[in-house]
Write a protein that binds this ligand. Structure first.
Ligand SMILES: Nc1nc2c(ncn2[C@@H]2O[C@H](COP(=O)(O)OP(=O)(O)O)[C@@H](O)[C@H]2O)c(=O)[nH]1
Ligand SMILES: [Mg+2]
Length: 479
């Protein structure tokens, strides 16, 4: 293949998308259980008005909801099981049956999430209809039971604990109180949710999560649900689709990036699939796949832009050859990258024909320096997306703006020195390419990413940016 032919590198995520464009989930549970709030939290569509495809008032499980903020999901709602709605059980089980027989992966259901409010003040855990679904469903679909409104249980138990302490004339400092409350809540969940679930099921009970969508303290339980759902998903394409669709577990997005990379283009570091292509088209396909996997709400498509690619290229220039390093990417060369993606000729005196820009614009080369930069590009981009993920999460899923991407680049740039040091040390130790195993290389890339990813406990990110244009590359070179 040659860069002058029509051959293009098609992102793997685009191919996958044709086969399975959306994750299809059935949510079961009575009205008010917190189904919509849960879907909003998991898929980052907070404050969203779902687009219902049904005629108002017409009860139909078959006409699902979709969301303009996240077009990777489609949700079917069981519509609850109020008393006297026995017919509804049949509607739901027929629906599950029918969907499971559909030939196209895109039409099939991919998961069932059963939502039940924690009965903190007594009462039933599940309506009869939900019990029947749980008992009778015998298919292969992963079912997860989600116990909702954990914060309400905590509040209730907190009040009781306070009263009890008062009566006994005891004192507790805040930390002690919260720790004690954690224990009480965990045991209340066992008593109120897990035990009744076990008592209900004749065989092994389904997997479950207790969560709250309103209390920041329980934000990690939303990510736990995603990670559990992925664990139970055996079909590889559905697994990737679920990891892409969700917007609450950075870990899942990182894992999916690695899985997608392993399918095709991260192998290209070692194999010959990039031979004849320009370095720029290689960077572009890596960028597209990684950005697609993170599936951020980016209506203006900033993350797909050449400006972002150029800044990411500047991030990795310190790993290029010494000679190249003496001629780093200038603003002018960057403009050339942005404006003339295919052009090889850079106008102006030779001094502006900077070598690193040439690297980006030139033909793919399988040299150590080149591969080192490509490895760093993958790692730097993934870790920048990871940073951006938490910036977005701590802002309540606002759409991507340039200022936010600049902030993520700046924050990651401040942390990149040890990352680059480990890339350099690793690649320097390589022998001849012929002896390298793509799987081992990809695993090591994954390890470096995981080791340097943002830890959820550091995720409250306060940095604010207001810039409306892309940052200058010099800003990435400041010590
Ligand atoms: N305190 C608290 N309220 C919640 C939680 N989840 C949902 N709610 C509230 O419960 C009500 C019903 O939620 P909704 O998601 O519409 O339930 P659905 O009918 O099952 O879709 C709304 O007023 C929500 O704000 C939660 O985790 N904690
Ligand atoms: Mg609802």
């Amino acid at each position: 293949m040659s860069s002058t032919s029509e051959a293009v590198l098609v992102p793997y995520t685009d191919i996958l998308r044709q086969e399975c464009p959306r994750l299809r989930i059935l949510v079961v549970g009575k009205s008010g259980a917190g189904k919509s709030a849960l879907i909003n939290a998991v898929f980052g569509v907070e404050g969203a008005t779902p687009v219902s495809h049904r005629t108002p008032g017409v009860h139909n499980i078959d006409t699902p909801f979709s969301f303009p903020q996240n077009d990777r999901i489609i949700i079917h709602d069981s519509q609850g099981f109020e008393p006297g709605e026995e017919g509804n059980i049949k509607i739901v089980s027929d629906f599950i049956d029918r969907r499971s027989k559909m030939p196209a992966l895109a039409d099939q259901l991919h998961a069932i999430w059963v939502c039940a409010e924690i009965p903190f003040a007594g009462g039933r855990l599940f309506e009869k209809g939900v019990e029947r679904i749980l008992l009778e469903y015998r298919g292969n679909l992963p079912i997860i039971v989600v116990f909702t409104k954990l914060d309400v249980l905590r509040e209730d138990q907190g009040n009781k604990l306070e009263k009890q302490l008062e009566q006994q004339g005891q004192e507790m400092d805040d930390d002690q109180f919260e720790a004690e409350l954690d224990t009480i809540v965990a045991s209340a969940v066992q008593d109120l949710c897990f035990e009744p679930l076990c008592a209900l099921m004749l065989s092994e009970p389904p997997k479950w999560v207790a969560t709250s969508t309103t209390d920041a303290r329980y934000k990690t339980t939303i990510a736990d649900l995603v990670n559990l759902a992925l664990e139970l998903t055996k079909i590889d394409k559905v697994w990737i689709e679920m990891a892409i669709a969700q917007r609450s577990s950075a870990q899942a997005s990182i894992d999916a990036s690695i899985r997608v990379g392993r399918k095709r283009y991260w192998r290209g570091l070692i194999s010959d699939i990039f031979l004849g292509f320009t370095m720029r088209s290689v960077l572009e396909v890596l960028q597209k796949d990684i950005v697609n996997v993170w599936n951020m709400h980016d209506p203006e498509k900033h993350l797909q832009k050449p400006e972002f690619l150029a800044l990411l290229s500047a991030l990795v220039e310190d790993l290029s050859d010494e000679a190249t390093n003496n001629y780093p990417l200038t603003e002018k060369a960057m403009q050339a990258i942005i404006e003339h993606p295919a052009a090889i000729i850079i106008a102006g005196p030779t001094a502006v024909v900077v070598l690193f820009a040439e690297w980006v614009r030139g033909t793919f080369k399988k040299t150590k320096s080149s591969i080192r930069c490509l490895v760093a590009f993958i790692i730097d981009l993934t870790l920048t997306m990871d940073t951006l993920f938490y910036l977005v999460l701590s802002r309540g899923q606002t759409p991507i703006k340039i200022a936010l991407v600049n902030s993520a680049l700046r924050m990651y740039n401040n942390r990149k020195a040890p990352v680059h040091a480990s890339i350099k040390a690793w690649v320097d130790g390589w022998g001849p390419f012929a002896h390298l195993d793509a799987d081992v290389v990809i695993k090591k890339i994954g390890d470096i990413i995981m080791h340097n990813s943002v830890k959820p406990e550091q995720w409250a990110m306060t940095e604010e940016g207001f810039d409306e244009s892309w940052m200058p590359i010099e800003a990435l070179r400041e010590p």
